[in-house]
Design a protein around this ligand. Structure first.
Ligand code: GAR
Length: 204
């Protein structure tokens, strides 16, 4: 299965996928393209170092979000992407993308959705005073971090946490979860039934 990864910045989640691929832990998934919406995203260097093709579709150069979406879908189609992974992709995608990749695109998010969608999820969790937060991988739909949930991992929130310390603890779980979800998807073990996701054999 040909997999494309969308990134915006640091790319530690991308690295977890590159490492899993190098260790043959992604099943039949092949990372064929990494696309950034920003020029110079550090994630691009990680992809290049691993020998994965990169492209930049620079959001700021498009007049309208719809034009950006169309260019992104075209780049993904050109690469023959069958699955799209949003790994630290910090931009909301529109109807064109969702229509093209419904059921074939997943996103990793640093909270236990449906709590704390959108940016600053870790700070939102601290402000709400929750004692448990975590990581979610979900299918991408038209909403903001709202599609069917494929997998979640919880972490404890401590009294002394800052957004940065909580983010670091959640990130460990993101790196655990994302490659396992991609592997399960590539192996055809993931089904959506009435908005709920079943993973045959679990995530490990
Ligand atoms: C990750 O924590 C990811 O969950 C989050 O951005 C970070 C990117 O890190 N994504 C979102 O908040 C999307 N709503 P990375 O570039 O090192 O993978």
């Amino acid at each position: 299965m040909r997999v494309a990864v969308l990134v915006s910045g640091r790319g530690s989640n991308l690295q977890s996928l590159l490492d899993a691929a190098a260790a043959s832990r992604l099943g039949p998934a092949r990372l064929v393209l990494v696309v950034s919406d920003r020029v110079g995203a550090p994630a691009l260097a990680r992809a290049s170092a691993a020998g994965v093709a990169t492209r930049v579709v620079p959001f700021v150069e498009f007049a309208a979000r719809e034009d950006f979406d169309r260019a992104l879908v075209a780049a993904l189609a050109e690469a023959g992407a069958e699955l799209v992974v949003l790994a630290g992709f910090l931009r909301r995608l529109g109807a064109d993308f969702v229509a093209a990749f419904r059921g074939r695109a997943v996103n990793v998010h640093p909270s236990l959705l449906p709590a704390f969608p959108g940016l600053g999820a870790q700070a939102q969790a601290l402000a709400a005073g929750v004692r448990v937060s975590g990581a979610t991988v979900h299918f991408v739909d038209e909403g903001l971090d709202s599609g069917p949930i494929v997998g979640q991992r919880a972490v404890t929130v401590f009294d002394h946490d800052s957004p940065a310390t909580l983010a670091a603890r959640i990130l460990i779980e993101e790196h655990w979860l994302l490659p396992r979800v991609v592997c399960a998807l590539a192996e055809g073990r993931v089904r959506v039934e009435a908005g709920r996701v079943r993973v045959d054999g679990g995530l490990g």
